[in-house]
Design a binder for this molecule. Structure first.
Ligand code: ABN
Ligand code: CU
Length: 668
């Protein structure tokens, strides 16, 4: 076998590497184990080298580079069936051997999409499920669909069995919108035993005359073939995005250069796109900014207090993996303009490479004005248009779809945006029931339950070097009363900066009232004008608090999301803030951010990692159905006393290009 290994230490595993790693692992199994379904390959993923080694290699000069290339390693997670034993196997690709192997009980690795597809087939053939459907008047099981989520919580089995809760729907045709036809029962499925073990049913309220809600049969469609060509709008003229001279970025392997920025694009089954080694060329001087940035976890707590809905708490990163959920993107609709695509490489359950073509879209976008000024005396005006480099993926998390966008701007801003779209996760309610206060009736008998989407960004900075600090900045009215000599007419206010000293202090909530932001700073590098440390400020307008109460299972399992910001010292093994084995986790603070921050550790002037929770509280609207218009949330890192002025000052004046006036006389 020819194994193609890349030359960048953070490049994802190639298809041939995945194949080779699986071969090495298979060879270690006893002959009895070798039938493919006796065990499944949950994940095969690059084990990233330590930052010291990666940076030493990347900063080396070409003659010494080969010797400094870090060892190439893969982490393989196997699940034995039906025992459910989990094997963590570290393989050296460089040395073509297993380096270590550990067997674990009572942990549940991420749930693979292919496990879900397998589960749906078995669930819809299960006699007890067929009987439930029959009672609801559904006799043709080919119209029945199951979205198998991880169980979320199971009082009896906890994490000892690999369990799914299947949210059940019906379709009236193969491409029908199933979320218009929710069913009222939830099979619990044992993944490793491949069987349904229990069926939960939602109860109608006491006041309802129905024992069970009937199945809502009205269709609510959004696909054009269902809407009908004759009903589609005819008043939209084309907008074409053209770049007649090509794009302004260059790609070498997975390294991109654009408008003084450079970065590396990583990808894995779990976090999806990872942005590595970001730097900005400041007047010819390359200044390091961020070592590694990714969405390291998210949680979607649902508000309904009763069974079976109180099991709904989706950790889409830790339970499913954003990489595994990634779409193959379509030119012209998902991505508009001149696009550079990268594939995503994951693995299937047999350990074969599973390639998602066109998983990552890289392109430039016009974003309106970057700056403008008019001299009101002379009418002399100058404007520069802003454009951004976009590196994005779109994931489908069963009903929901998330567009995930990294943006780089010409003024040194680095931004992240989530576009939440797709389908509400719907439930049925009886004709005489009212879904308030935990849901909105988005159609007759169809409820969109209230929930939150809380994302955690892991930001590993290296602003002008690896030793950084993090400060909280609150803008507050002056401490002096009106009339005081320091505040004679009472208008004074100022930013109050608190530099976090340790991991216990560095846990804080967002605060709109004080316009709270955070600053990542390098205290060893003072800005020549401000005489203060150079920095980047971290801003997010989307920092809702986690609403489930302390003590609730979801609060305890998703502790990471109960604070807006955390800072920890860099540790290469601390990537997943709800724990590596987040699925069916007990929520006992034994892993993830709560465990890593139990003891106070200094975070000032150290190699630190910043963890930011941002997101949305989603009270569904009728207009979110049958498909949800994009709702956005995100954050930005803005240069803050880092450069010697606006870094975009050298952007040439905008050209008229293909723009033309459509009314009156053209401006000559
Ligand atoms: N939103 C929960 C989920 C995500 C991915 C796959 C199944 C379920
Ligand atoms: Cu939502």
């Amino acid at each position: 076998m020819t194994i193609v290994s890349p030359s960048h230490p953070l490049d994802p595993l190639t298809p041939s590497e995945i194949r080779h790693v699986a071969e090495i692992v298979r060879a270690t199994r006893s002959p009895d184990d070798k039938t493919p379904r006796d065990y499944i390959f949950s994940s095969i993923c690059l084990k990233e080298p330590h930052k010291d080694k990666t940076l030493a290699y990347l900063q080396s000069v070409s003659e010494e580079a080969a010797a400094l290339m870090p060892e190439r390693e893969a982490l393989v997670i196997l699940i034995d069936r039906p025992s459910g034993l989990v094997h963590e196997i570290l393989v050296s690709i460089t040395d073509e051997k297993v380096k270590s192997a550990k067997t674990l009980k009572n942990v549940q690795p991420t749930q693979h999409v292919l496990e879900m597809i397998e589960a749906e087939k078995i669930i819809t053939k299960d006699p007890s499920v067929i009987e439930e459907c029959r009672k609801l008047g559904i006799t043709d099981m080919k119209n029945v669909y199951a979205d198998p989520w991880t169980v979320g919580y199971h009082a009896q089995f906890k994490s000892s069995k690999r369990l799914m809760q299947a949210l059940m729907y019906m379709r009236t045709s193969p491409d029908d919108n199933q979320y218009a036809h929710p069913l009222d029962f939830v099979p619990i499925y044992d993944v490793n035993a491949q069987k349904v073990v229990e069926i939960l049913r939602q109860e109608t309220s006491e006041a309802s005359k129905y024992d069970r809600p009937t199945v809502p049969l009205e269709n609510h469609q959004f696909l054009p073939e269902h809407i009908g060509v004759e009903n589609l709008r005819k008043d939209i003229k084309p907008i074409e995005i053209t770049q007649p001279e090509g794009v302004s970025f260059t790609v070498r392997g997975r390294e991109i250069e654009w408008q003084n920025w450079s970065m590396h694009v990583g990808f894995n089954y779990r976090e999806g796109v990872i942005i590595n080694n970001v730097s900005y060329k400041d007047k010819g001087n390359v200044r390091p900014l961020f070592y590694r940035v990714s969405v390291s976890e998210m949680v979607v707590p649902y508000a309904h207090p009763k069974e079976p809905f109180n099991h709904k708490m989706a950790f889409d990163v830790g339970e499913y993996g954003l990489g595994n959920l990634t779409n193959s993107l379509e030119l012209g609709c998902d991505c508009l303009g001149s696009i550079y695509y990268m594939d995503g490489v994951c693995n299937n359950l047999d350990g074969e490479p599973w390639v998602i073509p066109n998983a990552i879209c890289i392109h430039e976008e016009d974003t309106g004005l970057l700056f403008k000024h008019t001299d009101y005396r002379t009418d002399k005006a100058h404007s520069a248009r802003s454009r951004r480099l976009v590196i994005s993926q779109i994931v489908t998390a069963a009903n929901y779809d998330y567009g995930l966008y990294f943006y780089f701007y010409q003024d040194g801003t680095f931004q992240y945006e989530v576009k939440a779209t797709g389908e509400l996760n719907t439930q049925v309610f009886a004709e005489d029931e009212n879904p308030a206060p935990y849901g909105t009736a988005v159609a007759p008998q169809v409820v969109g339950q209230h929930h939150q989407h809380l994302f955690m960004m892991r930001i590993d900075p290296m602003l002008d070097g690896r030793l950084n600090s993090v400060a909280q900045v609150d803008v507050l009215p002056s401490e002096y009363p009106v009339g005081h000599v320091e505040n004679p007419i009472g208008n004074a206010f100022s930013p109050i900066t608190t530099i976090y000293s340790d991991t216990t202090e560095a846990q804080a909530h967002g605060n709109l009232e004080s316009s709270r932001t955070w600053k990542i700073i390098n205290e060893s590098k003072l800005h020549p004008y401000t005489k203060e440390p150079v920095g980047y400020k971290l801003v997010s307008p989307n920092t809702p608090p986690m609403l489930p109460k302390p003590g609730s299972l979801v609060y305890e399992r998703a502790k990471f999301a109960t604070k807006t910001i955390w800072v920890t010292p860099y540790d290469p093994d601390q990537i997943y803030p709800a724990g590596f084995y987040c699925s069916q986790s007990p929520g006992d603070d034994s892993m993830g951010l709560p465990a890593w921050t139990k003891e106070p550790q200094s975070v000032r002037g150290r190699d630190v990692v910043v963890w930011l929770t941002f997101g949305l509280t989603h009270i569904p609207r009728v207009e979110d159905f049958p498909v949800m218009p994009v709702e956005t949330c995100g954050w930005a890192l803005k240069a803050c006393n880092f450069f010697l002025g606006n870094p975009g000052i050298d952007i040439p004046a905008a050209q008229k290009g293909t723009s033309k006036r459509v009314n009156g006389a053209c401006c000559a």
